[in-house]
Design a binder for this molecule. Structure first.
Ligand SMILES: [Zn+2]
Length: 312
């Protein structure tokens, strides 16, 4: 690999947006967007089915995520085990588990190159809309020789998408590194985004999104945007966070709370999986959390429930 590869998020074809959003809302009602909030920000917002679909989140149900994982190109057992152990790094943070299965696995991992190559995953419940013989995640070129740091950076990041997390918006200092025209053509080609969508999704710094109430500025989040060097002014890629950090962990713990909060050390199996603990930066842990109510499990009857803050 000459250049560090970065993640290009994968979206369903437009024809599936509305149905997939309906599925997401039936799986977890918190996925429904807060329309009154959107109208407050953008009075011109027209709540058509498609517009609502675009802003619908794709989290799994709050009472725990149990997903089966299969591999489409028959990698060796040690590699399968290693990948799944890194996916399960998230289980330190919330009620989450991934287990290997050869029978109709929900998460399907490929290592394709070419047109479908690179690193990507569909987001959350969208994986249910993918044909059963098609991958939901791609880890191009991963072998047992891949550095351990890449398992942390890439496998955990893509698994974050599988858990329903989109990319974090970027801080202004990172946005400044992007070549605007290259970004517009890149995301037009890879995502089918219009110029306006690219400006909104990628070129608008987090600071300007603060009106949405996303007050956190977690620049080391594992879910930071990753951008290829081909669209930065310097030619250097933006590789994003290198591991699940404390804020990531707290966030996912609110979406998928464990019945009993895991106390450090009691659930760990030493030697089993490589350092599954979230890394460093205690200073960032306070920004969120304080005011945000955990999206408690199924308070189905209660009218307006706390909605997990979108990580974007
Ligand atoms: Zn990504």
């Amino acid at each position: 690999m000459s250049e560090v590869m970065t993640c290009t998020p994968k979206h369903l074809p437009r024809s599936q947006w509305v149905a997939a959003a309906q599925a997401a809302r039936s799986i977890n009602p918190v996925n429904h967007p807060a329309l009154h909030g959107l109208r407050a920000i953008d009075p011109a917002f027209k709540p058509t089915a498609e517009r609502i679909a675009v802003v619908t989140t794709k989290y799994w149900r709050t009472n725990g995520v149990r997903l089966t994982v299969g591999f489409l190109d028959n990698p060796p057992a040690d590699l399968r085990k290693r990948i799944i152990s890194h996916m399960n790094a998230w289980s330190k943070c919330g009620n989450i588990s991934f287990t290997e299965s050869r029978s109709q696995p929900q998460v399907r991992i490929a290592r394709m190159d070419g047109d479908q190559g690179g690193f990507w995953s569909y987001v959350g419940t969208d994986i249910l809309s993918i044909d059963p013989d098609q991958p939901t995640m791609n880890l191009q070129g991963f072998t047992m020789n891949t550095p351990e740091s890449e398992f942390h950076r890439v496998v955990r990041h893509e698994t974050g998408h599988t858990l329903g997390c989109p990319h974090e918006h970027m801080r202004g200092e990172l946005v400044d590194l992007i070549d605007v025209q290259k970004a517009i053509s890149f995301f037009g080609a890879t995502q089918g985004w219009s110029e306006e969508e690219v400006r909104q999704q990628v070129l608008t710094p987090l600071e300007e999104h603060s009106i949405l109430g996303t007050e956190h500025t977690d620049q080391t989040s594992i879910m930071c945007y990753q951008l290829p060097g081909s669209i930065t002014k310097s030619g250097q890629p933006i590789i994003g966070g290198l591991d699940i950090d404390r804020t990531d962990c707290e966030f996912i713990g609110k979406i998928y709370p464990t019945a009993v909060a895991p106390s450090p050390g009691t659930r760990k199996k030493p030697g089993k999986s490589p350092s599954t603990s979230p890394s460093k930066s205690p200073s960032k842990s306070t920004a969120r959390g304080a005011k945000k109510k955990p999206s408690k499990s199924k308070s189905r009857g209660s009218k307006r429930k706390a909605r997990p803050k979108k990580k974007r």
